[in-house]
Write a protein that binds this ligand. Structure first.
Ligand code: NAP
Length: 538
């Protein structure tokens, strides 16, 4: 054992490390310094990935000068070798030389991979840990398996922090990581998280379980590990600095889930109403995987989205009569007795915006689609006395729903021959990058078009409706209404709807701007590529 490990540990603990460490990469010292400089004021905990530098050793004098200018911040030096998933092509001895020099340049912490520690002589390891605080890391880029066994190997080596990073291949792997961190964090200073898209939630839940800190990326494209979340998102949306063991966990589950704006909206609502809760996006590839996690995470409440709204009903211990009637559930409460209770707030999501504009009894409404949301709309509108019509790509599915909800099924060819007061798009057509419309212009014989797609804010369908002089109800209204009801069911507090609508509107604007920037970049890239091609020989 090295004598000074406790000195470093206590010194580092006294720093009261922020929860969020931002990984900074760059090909040379000036670029890395420029990136770190732009971040350090708001993020005083930075990992400099020396393995991304073409000349790590010769870059260190410049980095030393930068560190001296920022005594308020904590820096980790990492020089991960390619065999361990990093970019450094040198030997273990060369890695050690870089880390030693980093220590002498003022880095208070260095990251050392377990494999490198195993290859080093005991005296070299001792020498390193006498110079600097050590984060001993273990990465598994394939799975989350045998964490305890692996940690048994790690704990043979003294370190100030033990960092265990695995890859989640399903949601339950996050539970395994949380349990591991919970069990080890009483005895050691632990950092634990899962990589991969399925492991995103572990970046928040790991901290809740006792991980001293987690990692975030500075910008998109600068991720240093698969599934790394943007630091700004961890800080502003998930309020990582506030997460503790008392933080209640909620989430939205579906497949796909990465485009959902529910985390932005619901976390903003929790923040506004000062509820100690965090709301995560759960990428559930199967309902079975999701249900295995619900109790173990433990989740207080869940929003259910495509494609699980109907399947979820069978997994509930109880539900309100409306949810049973509709046969689709978008809201789950895990009660104090551990049982799962289901609700359907999509109905309010569709009804409230319509009732704000129309008297629903006797109103002629066409629903396009026969999935979970179409079910909510069909039963909800029928209950209000509307004259409801339904059409769907797969006729049998549409006919079956029409029979159950006692509404009229229309073949697609019949749609253009009818006139409606409202047409509701309850399909994903028009959503996120899909530039299609579920109906043609000639089929829009209606006063209102309610496009339930909320991302993007404007779709081909809504543009067509506006051009035709029809009134448009944006999907955003449903999104906020259904979310507001969920918030109320979970917390018993009135939902901060204005805040929720504001956050989603801003997020949609940002998304549209990013998409536009991408579109303008694409032809420029193409042109650059073309002009870079050598001229054909004559
Ligand atoms: P779902 O259960 O998967 O149902 C999707 C429906 O859309 C099915 O009837 C399907 O027809 C139809 N469909 C899918 N792709 C189609 C295509 N290319 N052309 C024609 N029809 C197509 O989904 P859901 O949960 O009901 O959600 C549907 C949509 O509602 C979502 O995509 C989302 O945009 C929107 N939504 C909005 C909110 C909000 O708050 N604003 C909330 C939830 C959902 P088949 O039967 O032929 O497969």
């Amino acid at each position: 054992m090295r004598e000074s490990s406790s000195t470093y540990a206590s010194r580092i603990r006294r720093f009261r490390l922020p929860r969020l460490c931002i990984a900074v990469v760059g090909p040379d010292a000036p670029t890395m310094i420029e990136r770190a400089e732009s971040l350090v004021r708001d993020n005083p905990f930075i990992e400099l990935r020396l393995d991304y530098l073409s000349q790590p050793l010769s870059a260190l004098p410049k980095l030393k000068a930068f560190l001296e200018m920022h005594p308020e911040a904590t820096f980790i030096a990492t020089c991960r070798r390619t065999v361990n998933g990093g970019k450094f092509k040198g030997s273990v001895a060369a890695e050690l030389a870089v880390l030693r020099k980093a220590a002498d340049s003022g880095f208070p912490l260095v990251d050392l991979e377990l494999q490198s520690a195993e290859a080093l002589k005991a005296e070299d390891l001792k020498d390193l840990s006498n110079r600097v605080g050590v984060v001993l890391s273990y990465h598994n880029f394939k799975s989350t398996k045998k964490l305890d066994e692996q940690f048994g190997e790690m704990s043979k080596y003294p370190a100030d922090f033990y960092k265990v990073v695995s890859t989640a291949t399903n949601l339950y792997d996050n539970v395994a990581m949380m349990r591991f961190v919970e069990a080890s964090s009483g005895k050691h200073e632990m950092v634990g998280l899962c990589m991969g898209e399925q492991g995103i939630i572990s970046r928040v839940l790991g901290v809740r379980a006792g991980s001293i800190f987690t990692f975030g990326a500075a910008t998109r494209g600068e991720e240093t590990a698969p599934g790394q979340v943007l630091a700004g998102e961890l800080r502003d949306t998930y309020r990582i600095d506030m997460v503790d063991q008392a933080t209640q966990v909620y989430g939205v589950a579906g497949d796909p889930i990465n485009h959902s704006l529910s985390p932005a909206m619901m976390n903003a609502a929790f923040r506004r109403e000062t509820v100690n809760a965090v709301y995560l996006a759960l990428h559930a590839k199967s309902l079975k995987d999701l249900l295995a996690c619900v109790r173990d995470i433990p989740l207080r409440g869940l929003s259910i989205t495509m494609p699980y709204k109907q399947e979820m009903v069978d997994a509930l211990e109880n539900s309100d009569p409306l949810t049973r009637q509709i046969g689709a559930c978008n809201t789950v409460v895990r009660a104090a007795d551990g049982k799962l209770y289901g609700f359907n707030t999509d109905v309010a999501g569709v009804m409230v915006p319509l009732e704000q504009r129309l008297q629903l009894a006797g109103t002629r409404v066409l629903i396009v689609g026969a999935g979970g949301v179409a079910r909510a709309a069909a039963f909800g509108l029928k209950n209000k006395g509307a004259e409801v019509f339904l059409t769907n790509r797969t006729a049998e599915k549409g006919q079956s729903l029409a029979r159950q909800a006692k509404v009229k099924y229309l073949k697609r060819v019949e749609v253009a021959k009818q006139a409606f007061d409202v047409i509701i798009n309850a399909t994903p057509v028009g959503m996120n990058g899909n530039k299609q419309s579920p109906l043609e212009e000639k089929e829009l014989n209606t006063k209102f078009v309610f496009d339930l797609v909320y991302s993007p804010a404007e779709t081909k369908l809504t543009k067509m409706a506006v051009a035709k002089g029809l009134q448009v109800i944006p999907g955003l209204e449903m999104f906020v209404q259904q979310g507001a009801r969920q918030f109320e069911i979970w917390t018993g507090k009135p939902a901060p709807m204005a805040e929720m609508a504001y956050v989603v509107t801003k997020a949609l604007e940002r998304r549209a701007a990013e998409e536009l920037a991408e579109q303008t970049k694409a032809p420029a890239k193409k042109a650059a590529k073309k002009s870079a091609k050598p001229a054909p020989r004559k």
